[in-house]
Design a protein around this ligand. Sequence first.
Ligand SMILES: C[S@@+](CC[C@H](N)C(=O)[O-])C[C@H]1O[C@@H](n2cnc3c(N)ncnc32)[C@H](O)[C@@H]1O
Length: 206
Amino acid sequence: MVGLIETLSELLSEHPLDLSCTRRTIDLGCGEGSFGKALFDDCPETFCGIDLSKRAIRLAARQWPDATWVLANADRVLPFADGTAGRLMSLFGRRPVTEIARVLCDDGQCMIAVPGEEDLIELRELVQTVGKRRSRWKAIVDEFADVGFKLQRQATWRHSVELDQPAITDALAMTYRAVRHSQHSRIQSVEQMNVTLHADLMVFQR
Ligand SMILES: C[S@@+](CC[C@H](N)C(=O)[O-])C[C@H]1O[C@@H](n2cnc3c(N)ncnc32)[C@H](O)[C@@H]1O
C-alpha cells in the first residue's frame, strides 16, 4: 500500500524507544507478514508475528524465515510472559487490550491501524447506495484508556487507487460476506473505478 509503510515508519521514529533489538516486537494478526518485514527488517531475532490463518503464517515464514511466526488465536491468552514485549502492533487486526497491557513492558508502545471512515467509500456507496461513514479511532482510544494507555499520536493515511473489475470483486469479497443479486449486477457493470484507501493510525503508551 503506497505510502503506508512510510507513514508507519515515521510514527515509529517520532516515538523512538530505548529498546533497540533487546525486547520483543509482536504483530497481532500479522497476515502474510509484509508490514513486519518492511518496518523491523533489522531486528528479526526479536520480531514475532501471530495469526490464526495457517496459510498466512506459512507465507510469512517463507517471506522472512529469520523472524518468529506463531499460529495462534490472538483473542485468547497471548503466548508471552508478562511485560516481555517492547512494542506491539495491530494493523487492521485484533486488539485484545487486556492481554496487550499484560505483555507490554512499562515503557512499551502499541501501534494500531484501523480502516478510516472513507476507506473504500466509493465501493461501499456502489453496493449500499449510501456508504456509511463510521470513524472507529475515538472508541479505540477509550478501549486503551480503560487499561491505562494514553494516546501519544494519531495520524491519517489516505491513498487513491484505480481498481479494475477483478480487483473490485476481490475488494468486495474482503469487505462484505454476501452481496445480493441486484448488487452483484451493479458491480459487474463497473469496469473500473477510483477507490479511496483510508486508515487511522494511533500510537499508545502508558
Ligand atoms: C485484515 S488482515 C490484516 C493483516 C495484516 N496485519 C496486514 O495489515 O496486512 C487481519 C488478519 O487477522 C487475522 N486474524 C483474524 N482473527 C484472528 C485471531 N483471533 N487471532 C489472530 N489472528 C486473527 C486474519 O487471519 C488476518 O490475517
